[in-house]
Design a protein around this ligand. Structure first.
Ligand code: 3PG
Length: 391
């Protein structure tokens, strides 16, 4: 795979796929992390005299123009961050775009409109991929967050142009790849989130790699049930209980210490101001539901985390959006921030959690990918990455 460091970009038109899929609230960007994460690549290319053509998706407009999903606010933010004018175009193909590109000077940066306004983007339509390719001399993919999608601007385009990975893409692949391939041990993974269904692949793959696996979140109650305990009204995936049992068995065979919560904060209903109690997970009362790990579990997890050399975290320990059920996730986040081990936050909700507790700066790496980092941790090939392989 080539890096942008291997390319001679001076005077060249470079089509750069970035992931500017940022949260918007009435046209206002509420978190610009992904824009800032792409700056090193943009600055490097522009500084070397490239004509930088940025392309991204935003939201899921389903192949149609959607006024609420235009990239203009991103162009504005980018102009501020780069300290130079970034022209945001109202389209991503066609004559307006061709003319804008033709008038670019070395070091200029333009931003194409949301590529998902074209139905061909998500279908990886070869015709659309060709139209994107015709705008440029080189292709760079820096959109790690969208690398699990085989779309026209993340995969198809690479068939037409010399392709390379951007600096963010390289860093994400390097950090996550090293952690999985040659972790300093003990290697601990923390897996939380609502459903077992979404984490089957990652739990299975990590059981081949880690020394400790700490479980939390809604998914842990299916494991509690698999241990033979009643879990009251807690979230349980009845059809995944046998799978949970097989994971418990696999952990035993592999010598992995699988930690299942021993206590929980339970509530009378799923509400921020519900009545709560802390109970042992072998005696969750009928009618109550677990919404967070309890203090005993949090303390045990914090201990393991502090003694680990590599820590990978994906998924919150409880309903951290509600204060009454945030403590477990917070305690774990603090332990991850404090440990001397190398810490990786696998994007999505866990990234939002460390952001909420103001601890993001104290992590070694916070991935910009949600689905992409999850698929990477499952050991899957990412189409946006394999498209960059030397042909
Ligand atoms: C993300 O936010 O995870 C990426 O930008 C991918 O978005 P998507 O799930 O809509 O493809």
């Amino acid at each position: 795979k080539k890096s942008i460091n291997d390319l001679d970009v001076a005077g060249k038109r470079v089509f750069v796929r970035v992931d500017f899929n940022v949260p918007l609230d009435g046209g206002h960007i509420t978190d610009d992390t992904r824009i800032r994460a792409a700056l090193p690549t943009i600055e490097k290319l522009a500084g070397a005299g490239a004509k930088v053509i940025l392309a991204s998706h935003l939201g899921r407009p389903k192949g149609q123009v959607n006024e609420d999903m235009r990239l203009a606010p991103v162009g504005k933010r980018l102009t501020e961050l780069l300290g130079k004018d970034v022209r945001a175009l109202p389209e991503s193909t066609g004559d307006t775009v061709k003319e804008a590109v033709a008038s670019m000077q070395e070091g200029d940066v333009i931003l194409l409109e949301n590529v998902r306004f074209h139905a061909g983007e998500e279908k990886n339509d070869p015709e659309l991929a060709k139209q994107f390719a015709e705008l440029a001399d080189l292709y760079v993919n820096d959109a790690f967050g969208a690398a699990h999608r085989a779309h026209a601007s993340t995969a198809g385009i690479a068939e037409h142009l010399p392709a390379a990975s951007g600096l963010l893409m390289e860093k994400e692949l390097d950090v996550l790849g090293k952690a999985l391939a040659e972790p300093e041990r003990p290697f601990t993974a923390i897996i939380g989130g609502a459903k077992v269904k979404d984490k089957i692949g990652v739990i299975d793959h990590l059981l081949d790699k880690v020394d400790h696996l700490l479980l939390g979140g809604g998914l842990s109650y299916t494991f509690t049930k698999a241990q033979g305990h009643d879990v009251g009204n807690s979230l349980v995936e009845e059809d995944k209980i046998d799978l949970a049992k097989s994971f418990i068995q696999k952990a035993g065979e592999k010598g992995v210490k699988l930690h299942i919560p021993t206590d929980a904060v339970v509530a009378s209903e799923f509400k921020a101001d519900a009545e709560t109690r802390t109970v042992s997970t072998d005696s969750i009362p009928e009618g109550w539901m677990g919404l967070d790990i309890g203090p005993e579990t949090a303390a045990e997890y914090a201990d393991v985390i502090r003694q680990s050399k590599t820590i990978l975290w994906n998924g919150p320990m409880g309903v951290f959006e509600m204060d009454a059920f945030a403590e477990g996730t917070k305690k774990v986040a603090e332990a991850v921030a404090e440990t001397e081990g190398y810490t990786i936050i696998g994007g999505g909700d866990s990234a939002a959690a460390v952001e909420k507790f103001d601890l993001a700066d104290r992590m070694d790496h916070v991935s910009t990918g949600g689905g992409a980092s999850l698929e990477f941790m499952e050991g899957k090939d990412l189409p946006g990455v394999s498209a960059l392989d030397d042909k």
